[in-house]
Design a protein around this ligand. Structure first.
Ligand SMILES: [Zn+2]
Length: 222
């Protein structure tokens, strides 16, 4: 779970929200809400090294996400790669959630893009701050995530947009890439664009513009 410390001081409105990674335990619950005890975790990463700069392939992402779901020694030993370990919790927070409170400050089922977006300033090693890649021109990076395909399209970055969405997006792009202009692309175009826009918004990236090469089929190859 990622806990967001909401800035309540109005004078600090411009400042960025602060997020941290916590493991939450429900210690009391009633009809009106619940009390969570949250212990703060940090990945054992030195200095400026971040998840967005160390998850080097699809397998590493999968392993980090498996570990986040259940951060135990057993999980760690069963993984194919060595994700950074979570350090011992240095801080405890008690969080009260009322039934009427807006939950967006709490995130569960943490994926790698959530960490990159909320805690690492959106920087990912595949394409730094770009969210869409040319899957044929990444110099081998796309291959590591099974994202390689031809040029001329804008594919959602598998690392900072999510491997599942990127895979789905690749299949969408492929469906006309290999069939060229013979495919009537009008179907599904807007759905694809909306889905990508939603993901950008959900992750809270500053720029949520989706390039035409990511969704527009008609007219591109004829
Ligand atoms: Zn990226």
């Amino acid at each position: 779970m990622i806990l967001k410390f909401v800035q309540e001081d109005e004078e600090q409105e411009d400042e960025k929200d602060i997020f941290c990674l916590v493991k939450a335990k429900v210690i009391a619950a009633s009809r009106n809400g619940m009390v969570l005890q949250c212990s703060r975790h940090e990945f054992r990463l030195s200095g400026r090294i971040t998840i967005g700069n160390t998850a080097k392939d699809g397998q590493a992402v999968e392993d980090i996400e498996t570990y986040l779901d259940c951060a135990s020694q057993d999980t760690l030993e069963g993984l194919k790669t060595r994700p950074p370990k979570l350090s011992r919790p240095p801080n405890l927070y008690t969080v009260v959630i009322g039934t009427a409170s807006a939950i967006p400050c709490l995130y569960t089922s943490i994926r790698v893009p959530d960490i990159i977006a909320t805690m690492e300033g959106g920087i990912c090693w595949v394409y730094q701050e770009g969210r869409f890649i040319c899957p044929g021109c990444t110099g081998g990076k796309a291959q590591r995530f099974n994202s390689f395909m031809g040029c001329g399209v804008d594919l959602a970055c598998p690392l900072c947009m999510g491997t599942e969405l990127s895979e789905e997006h690749k299949n969408y792009l492929k469906s006309y890439y290999y069939h060229g202009s013979g495919v009537d692309g009008s179907e599904g175009e807007e759905e694809m664009r909306d889905q990508l826009e939603e993901q950008l918004e959900k992750l809270g990236y500053m720029n949520n513009w989706v390039p035409e090469g990511a969704w527009k089929i008609k007219g591109m190859y004829n």
